[in-house]
Design a protein around this ligand. Structure first.
Ligand SMILES: [Zn+2]
Length: 393
């Protein structure tokens, strides 16, 4: 999602839409034909290396129109969609089987694929929808291409927009973010807040899914039962675990960015590449997978929200952030469970605060700013998951 050229941001606005009753069945039928056509196109494009629009058109257009009954505009959208999927599959060095699209979704060009006016949306071909709700903040920017998705009984239109990239303010200081598997520590030398990660909560759903799958894969249950309801529930639990992480990442990033904006601070986070690599070496478990997902999604949302809000962002080297003294750089010694002390200057704090302070320090030196005379950091633990009053910075 966060992409875009000079001075512009590409963003996606989600619109909940609902087809007029007389259109519903025909829209679903169209989406199914589109999916079959898309899967067929992906195979033809890969088999013939037809990655250009011209080649794909020649190989597919007639068939998409005649065999799948797609209109001219939708047929063009379909092979464009297929080219994009084929390209990303070909780029992946660890690619498995040729991808098959299972979901019901359709790519739509802005000029002739769909139209939104007030609370009405019309797809090419005269399919009419009511727009139920959307994010109105970007109404002033023209709609570009979109994707119509049908999932769990609901239709959503994802509309691409381009908005000017906001200018970044000159930061007065740094808000450092340290993530570990239990919590996120946000702060700097004068303020600190913590938020718990939802890994345990998400893990419960992953385990439920696992148990369900094990139980019903036994041959004493008939195939029908194994295939239908159970599979749906397993998928439901998996998705639920993922959604918990995603919601958390989005909300937490929002809080971090608001705090930074309030204090006109730059946000600094660690470069997570190394962290994710080291987790990858651990035995593969649901927990590790969810922690990795959490790190990645939080970094994604923090970066994106920073860009959208004009908040300066710094990514620092994570090496040794939780083992050296943030005041004098001396190697710290352990003095208790997750507590560390500096043998040189006497600073003592828990490992996570230390990491956060080191991130602040690295970010400040990256900014070329001078470190103000080091004062003993206040180490106040706040209730997890409670942000309380905005800090005075
Ligand atoms: Zn020290």
């Amino acid at each position: 999602m966060p992409a875009g050229g000079e001075g512009a941001l590409t963003l996606t606005v989600m619109m909940k839409v609902s087809p007029e009753p007389e259109s519903e069945q025909t829209v679903l039928d169209l989406l199914r034909r589109y999916r079959d056509a898309l899967n067929y196109s992906i195979r033809v494009i890969i088999a013939n290396k037809a990655l250009s629009l011209g080649k794909a058109h020649k190989l597919l257009y007639k068939e998409l129109r005649e065999r799948y009954g797609l209109s001219s505009t939708i047929a063009v959208g379909c092979y464009r969609d297929a080219i994009a999927i084929a390209k990303s599959w070909l780029r992946n060095p660890k690619r498995g089987k040729v991808p098959t699209v299972k979901s019901l979704r359709m790519w739509l060009r802005s000029e002739d694929g769909y139209r939104v006016k007030d609370d009405r949306m019309e797809l090419i071909g005269g399919y009419r929808f009511k727009v139920i709700g959307w994010d109105r903040r970007y109404d002033n920017y023209p709609n570009r291409e979109a994707r119509l998705v049908f999932r769990e009984g609901k239709f959503t239109l994802y509309v691409t927009k381009r908005a000017p990239r906001p200018a970044r303010y000159a930061p007065k200081g740094v808000l450092a973010v340290d993530v570990n598997e239990r919590q996120v520590v946000v702060g700097n030398s004068s303020v600190e807040q913590r938020v718990e990660t939802p890994v345990e909560r998400a893990l419960r759903y992953r385990r439920l899914a696992e148990r369900l799958q094990e139980k019903y894969s036994s041959p004493k249950y008939n195939a029908w039962l194994r295939r239908s309801g159970i599979r749906r529930r397993v998928r439901h639990f998996r998705r639920k675990a993922k959604n918990i992480i995603e919601d958390w990442a989005r909300k937490t990033s929002h809080t971090i960015i608001s705090l930074a904006k309030q204090g006109q601070l730059a946000v600094a986070r660690e470069d997570l590449t190394g962290l994710v690599e080291s987790l990858r070496k651990l035995p593969k478990g649901h927990r590790t997978a969810l922690i990795m997902l959490g790190y990645r999604r939080l970094a994604f949302w923090v970066d994106w929200q920073a860009e959208k809000n004009g908040v300066p962002l710094l990514v620092v080297d994570p090496a040794g952030t939780s083992s050296t003294c943030p005041r004098c750089g001396t190697k710290l010694v352990e003095v208790g469970h997750r507590r560390l002390r500096c043998p040189n200057c006497g600073l003592e704090a828990d490992r996570d605060s230390i990491a956060m302070l080191n991130i602040e320090r690295r970010a400040l030196s990256k900014m070329g700013g001078t470190l103000t005379s080091p004062t003993a950091p206040q180490m106040t633990d706040v209730n997890p998951n409670r942000w309380g009053e905005p800090p005075h910075l």
